[in-house]
Design a protein around this ligand. Structure first.
Ligand code: ZN
Length: 107
């Protein structure tokens, strides 16, 4: 789970306070996220990445570069990391959530 905690840190630490510029760690984290997710089977099956930004809420499948822009602009949806933490114990998950949990396991 250390890996997940690492993820969590940069995911919700996007901008410097009072400034609009993105933190380097966030930009690098997004790069890492996109490159790892795009190596996973789900990427081929879905034909893209389920965008985990605040606005898409993992409901839209988009190209890598579009997902990056969304994450830079909107940030990750709240509590995205909790699914990873509880993922294997969540009862009755639907296909969409299962896929996301699977993706996260590979991060
Ligand atoms: Zn999005």
């Amino acid at each position: 789970m250390n890996n997940i905690l690492w993820n969590q840190r940069w995911m919700y630490d996007r901008c410097y306070s009072g400034r609009s510029s993105l933190k380097k760690s966030f930009v690098e984290g997004v790069e890492e996220f996109v490159s790892k997710v795009s190596q996973h089977d789900c990427y081929d099956n879905d034909g893209g990445i389920r965008c985990p930004c605040v606005k898409c809420d993992c409901t839209r499948i988009l190209e890598d570069r579009v997902v990056k822009v969304h994450l830079y602009k909107n940030g990750f949806k709240p509590n995205y990391w909790i699914w990873t933490d509880d993922g294997e114990h969540m009862p009755h998950v639907d296909d969409k959530k299962t896929k996301i949990i699977e993706i996260i396991k590979y991060l």
